[in-house]
Design a protein around this ligand. Structure first.
Ligand SMILES: C[S@@+](CC[C@H](N)C(=O)[O-])C[C@H]1O[C@@H](n2cnc3c(N)ncnc32)[C@H](O)[C@@H]1O
Length: 396
């Protein structure tokens, strides 16, 4: 950026996903932003420098480190809820998943989804809503996120939907060893034993303890679970960047391929890039009740690593949840992903990219929408930009 005379600024705004779950946006082509802000005319895209400073000052004294204030986690202002509101756009992702499946596989509807690195499994829950024949498998190593999912996303769905989702706790690099954390209500009832005092005890469940899922079923590993072969496996919000070595990446892709049905399926992941992704960056976006900050640390060009931190600033509560999420990421290039997918055994790999407005443009923009009409397009070649977002599709 410096080379091109662009001033690197704290107002520099990385485009991110347009997310909305609780804030309900229409189920249409949804603007995609890397872990980014929601776009709506009701919300400001970028804070002006003065806004930002006054906001920083306002909250300085009451800054809260999330980890020291677990009570924040218990309501709608938990870091997971804030993340879902500001970062995720499951409906947009699902539209593209369906489109890719029909294009590269076709002949049937995709019914069985596996969401790797699922976090709070918002996408899986959304997937189940649209068709009663659908099933979903979610996998993540963050027990806290899975617990939050069970308490907040799963409890909003009916028993029918509940029985079609299987959440697993563990490492995507050892999927078969991952443990089932949500039980079918029928199994829960089966496991309840009445003791001598007439008190019920759920015998196969672990008690809640910090750092472990609330309801890990001791006996059920993924390898023992009867799951339908998946039509689609996905890894969104740049989760593959959590894998730091090529060996891990290829191993993960092999596991994804193994989960797919032999009838033909796809693996879909996303990635961001552009010259603005390889430098320090900070962007803020304001929502009605909170401000979301994406902070990108220095970029190491030897290891291609950076640290991404997400902060939330709760307006009414005058509280900051600093480092609500923090990731050490290896920023993979598109050819590295393609070669690794091919090495893992995928038949073909397709890139769908959309250019994002560059930082200069955004800095000058007054309000929304930012590139609302831009769609992803399949490309064979794409010139470097300030910022881009990609879906990568591996066809089994
Ligand atoms: C960037 S978040 C993405 C969450 C969610 N997929 C989304 O779309 O917002 C990355 C997630 O990957 C999980 N994760 C990181 N490494 C993992 C691994 N090796 N196995 C399973 N989950 C992993 C983290 O716990 C975190 O929930």
């Amino acid at each position: 950026m410096g080379k091109h005379g662009k001033k690197q600024s704290h107002r520099h705004n990385r485009q991110g996903r347009t997310a909305s779950y609780y804030l309900e946006k229409p189920d249409e082509e949804i603007q995609e932003y890397p872990l980014g802000p929601q776009t709506s005319s009701a919300q400001e895209p970028t804070l002006s420098e003065s806004d930002k400073e006054s906001q920083e000052e306002e909250t300085q004294e009451k800054e809260t480190n999330f980890d020291k204030n677990p009570s924040i986690n218990n309501d709608l202002l938990s870091k997971f809820s804030l993340y879902q509101q500001s970062v995720q756009s499951p409906k947009g992702d699902i539209s593209y998943l369906q489109k890719f499946f029909l294009m590269y596989v076709g002949g049937r509807l995709p019914l069985h989804l596996q969401e790797d690195f699922c976090g709070t499994a918002l996408l899986s829950v959304e997937w189940l809503h649209s068709d009663a024949r659908r099933s979903a498998v979610g996998l993540d190593l963050d027990a806290e996120a899975l617990n939050w999912c069970m308490d907040n996303n799963m409890n909003k769905i009916g028993a029918d939907v509940h029985s079609r989702i299987s959440l697993f706790h563990g490492n995507v690099l050892q999927p078969l060893e991952c443990r089932l954390v949500n039980l079918d209500p029928r199994e829960i009832i089966k496991n309840i034993k009445i003791d001598d005092e007439g008190e019920s005890k759920t015998s196969s469940l672990n008690s809640t303890s910090q750092g472990s899922p609330k309801a890990v079923c001791r006996t059920k590993l993924m390898k023992d679970a009867k799951l339908p072969a998946r039509d689609i496996v996905c890894a969104f919000n740049y989760s593959c960047c959590c894998l730091h070595s090529r060996k891990e990446l290829v191993l993960y892709f092999k596991h994804a391929l193994n989960a797919l049905t032999t009838k033909g399926g796809i693996f879909v992941m996303d990635l961001y890039g552009g010259s603005s992704s390889e430098c320090e960056l900070r962007m803020q976006r304001r929502f009605p009740n909170f401000t979301y900050t994406w902070e990108q640390a220095e970029f190491d060009i030897i290891q291609r690593k950076t640290r991404i931190s997400l902060h939330f600033n709760l307006h009414k509560q005058h509280k900051k949840i600093r480092h609500a999420f923090s990731y050490s990421w290896r920023l993979w290039s598109l050819p590295e992903i393609k070669e690794s997918l091919e090495e893992a055994g995928f038949r073909s790999v397709h890139f769908w990219i959309r250019n994002m407005p560059d930082s200069e443009e955004i800095r000058c923009m007054d309000g929304f929408p930012v590139g609302r009409d831009l769609k992803y397009e399949e490309v064979k070649s794409f010139q470097q930009q300030d910022s881009w977002n990609a879906y990568i599709v591996g066809v089994a």
